[in-house]
Ligand binder design. Structure first.
Ligand code: BES
Ligand code: MN
Ligand code: ZN
Length: 483
C-alpha cells in the first residue's frame, strides 16, 4: 500500500472509502464538512456507531460527494487516545476494507490532528496490519489496498513521518517473512543470503564459515552446529553511517531448535522455526537504518545454525570452550541460544562498541512470566536500560525489566568447568541473562528476551497471526534516539 498526501476536502476526494476517525465521547468532531457528510454523521454517530475502540462501521456515501463510501473508525475515549490506539484503529480499518476488496482509501486527518496525534500512526497501523504470508499458498488472495491518501496540505513533517512509517513497516514485513518461512527454506545459508540482499553503499556483509569460526575459537557457537548437516553461518553486517564507535546488535539465529539430544516434546516443536526471530529483528532494524540513512555506526551479528540431534551432536555433559576462553559444561543441549549468543557477544566486544544489544527467543520462562505482552529486559547499564524503556513505550513494543542480581551467577556454577549452560527451572529467565552478562563483562549491554512476543497465536489489530516482527520497531527507535 502506498501513502500519499493530497490537499483536497473530504467531499471532493475520489476514493472507494473515506475514513473518518471518531472518539467515543465527544460532540461531533467534524465541523467544516459539507452538509450531506455532516448529515450522514448525525444519522449514525452515537447510534449504530459509537466510536468505541477498534469499532468500524461502513456506510454508502451521499450521492453528491466524490467518495463512494464512508468508514467510521472508532478510537475509544477521547482522554485515552494515544499513538497506539490510533495504530490499532488503522490496522482494524485497513484489514476490514481489504476484506471488502477496496483499493483506494482516503484518511481525514482533522480529528487526529486536533487530538495532537499524527495521522502517520494510523497509516503505520494500516501497513503493519495488511501483512500476509502467502508464499506456500497455491491460490493467492485477491489483492490488497493500493493507496491511503491523507487529506492534508503538503507539510514537511507529515511527509517525512509517512516516509519513515513506510520504511519501518517494510522492514517489519521483511523480518516477518524470514521468521514465517519454514526451516527447510530458512537454513543458515538462506538467512545469510537474506543478509547479503541488504548490501549497498555504507552496508557490507561478511559471512564466517565453520572453519573461520573454528580459527576464532568459537567453540560454544560451533557446539550447537555439530548435530546438523546444514553448515553454520556466522553473519556480520556493517552499516557505516558515522565514524563513532559502533552499536552492536546481536540476534539469536537458530533456524530450527529441536532441542538437540535434550530433545523437545513433539507438541509445538514445529513452531521452533521462529527461533531466529532475534536475527530477523536485527536484519530489519539495519535495513530500516540504512534506507533512512541514519547517522549511526551499526554492526549486526547473527550467529546462525540449526540445533539438531544428529550423530555428531553435542552430548549433555560435554565441555566446550567459548571464544573468550570460558569453559562451559553443556548440561542441556536445549539451552543452545545462550551458547551461540555468548560467542557473538564475545566477537562484538572486540569491536570496542559503545553498547551491545542482544535480542533472542531465549527462554520458555519469558513467556511464562510475561505472556505475549512484553519483552523481558535485563542489562548492566542504567542509562541504556532507560533509553530502551523510552523507545519501547514510543513504539508500543513494551519491555519489562527483570533483575540481574549477582547471586544468579551461582545458579550456573559447574562442578567441572567455569560455568554450565543450564540450571533448574527456577529463575531460568534471569539465569539465562546472567549467563550472557558474563560474556558482556564491563561493556554496556542490554538483553531482550522475545520468546513470548515473537510469535502471535491470535491476530491483533495490526499484527496478523504468526511472526510479529517484534524488535524491528523497537531497535529502529532506539537507534534513532541513542545519544
Ligand atoms: N528457543 C528456546 C526458548 C523458547 C521456548 C522460545 C518456547 C520460544 C518458545 C530455547 O532454546 C530453549 O529451549 N530454552 C530452554 C532452556 C532450558 C533448557 C534451560 C527453556 O527455556 O526451556
Ligand atoms: Mn532450545
Ligand atoms: Zn532456542
Amino acid at each position: 500500500m502506498d501513502l500519499k498526501i493530497k490537499n483536497v476536502g473530504e467531499k471532493d476526494c475520489v476514493c472507494e472509502a473515506l475514513i473518518l476517525p471518531f472518539t467515543e465521547d465527544s460532540p461531533v468532531p467534524y465541523r467544516n464538512l459539507c452538509p450531506s457528510l455532516s448529515g450522514l454523521i448525525k444519522k449514525v454517530y452515537g447510534k449504530e456507531f459509537r466510536g468505541r475502540k477498534n469499532e468500524v462501521f461502513l456506510m454508502p456515501a451521499p450521492g453528491d460527494v466524490r467518495p463512494a463510501r464512508v468508514l467510521f473508525a472508532g478510537l475509544g475515549k477521547r482522554a485515552e487516545v494515544s499513538p497506539e490506539t490510533v495504530r490499532q484503529a488503522g490496522g482494524k480499518s485497513a484489514v476490514y476494507l481489504r476484506g471488502l476488496g477496496i483499493r483506494e482509501t482516503a484518511l481525514s486527518p482533522v480529528l487526529l490532528s486536533s487530538l495532537g496525534v499524527s495521522p502517520a500512526y494510523f497509516a503505520e497501523g494500516a501497513l503493519l496490519g495488511l501483512y500476509t504470508y502467502s508464499r506456500y499458498r497455491t491460490e493467492k488472495e485477491n489483492g490488497t489496498i493500493k493507496n491511503m491518501t491523507v487529506l492534508s496540505r503538503p507539510a514537511k513533517d507529515l511527509s517525512s513521518s509517512l516516509e519513515r512509517v513506510k520504511t519501518v513497516a517494510s522492514a517489519v514485513w521483511f523480518s516477518r517473512d524470514l521468521v514465517n518461512t519454514p526451516a527447510n527454506d530458512m537454513t543458515p545459508a538462506h538467512l545469510a543470503k537474506a543478509a547479503q540482499s541488504l548490501k549497498g553503499k555504507n552496508l557490507s556483509v561478511k559471512v564466517l564459515e565453520r572453519k573461520d569460526a573454528q580459527r576464532l575459537g568459537m567453540g560454544s557457537y560451533l557446539s550447537v552446529a555439530k548435530g546438523s548437516h546444514e553448515p553454520p553461518k556466522f553473519i556480520i553486517l556493517h552499516y557505516r553511517g558515522s565514524a563513532q564507535a559502533p552499536v552492536v546488535l546481536v540476534g539469536k539465529s537458530i533456524t530450527f531448535d529441536s532441542g538437540g539430544l535434550s530433545l523437545k516434546p513433539a507438541e509445538g516443536m514445529e513452531k521452533m522455526k521462529y527461533d531466529m526471530a532475534g536475527g530477523a529483528a536485527v536484519l530489519g532494524a539495519i535495513k530500516a537504518a540504512c534506507e533512512s540513512r541514519l547517522p549511526v555506526h551499526l554492526v549486526g551479528i547473527l550467529p546462525a545454525t540449526e540445533n539438531l540431534p544428529g550423530g555428531s551432536a553435542t552430548r549433555p555433559g560435554d565441555v566446550v570452550r567459548a571464544m573468550d576462553g570460558t569453559t562451559i559444561e553443556i548440561t542441556n543441549t536445549d539451552a543452545e541460544g545462550r551458547l551461540i549468543v555468548a560467542d557473538a557477544i564475545a566477537y562484538g566486544r572486540r569491536l570496542k562498541p559503545r553498547v551491545i544489544i542482544d535480542i533472542a527467543t531465549l527462554t520458555g520462562a519469558c513467556s511464562i512470566a510475561l505472556g505475549s505482552e512484553a519483552i523481558a529486559m535485563m542489562g548492566n547499564d542504567r542509562k541504556i536500560i532507560g533509553q530502551m524503556q523510552k523507545s519501547a513505550d514510543a513504539v508500543f513494543e513494551r519491555v519489562w525489566e527483570m533483575p540481574l542480581y549477582e547471586e544468579y551467577a551461582e545458579y550456573l556454577k559447574s562442578d567441572i568447568a567455569d560455568i554450565k549452560n543450564a540450571a533448574g527451572r527456577n529463575g531460568s529467565l534471569v539465569a539465562a541473562a546472567s549467563f550472557l552478562g558474563r560474556f558482556a563483562g564491563d561493556t554496556p549491554w542490554v538483553h531482550l528476551d522475545i520468546a513470548g512476543t515473537a510469535w502471535a497465536e491470535k491476530e491483533r489489530p495490526y499484527t496478523p497471526k504468526g511472526a510479529t516482527g517484534i524488535g524491528v520497531r523497537l531497535l529502529s527507535q532506539f537507534i534513532r534516539e541513542i545519544k
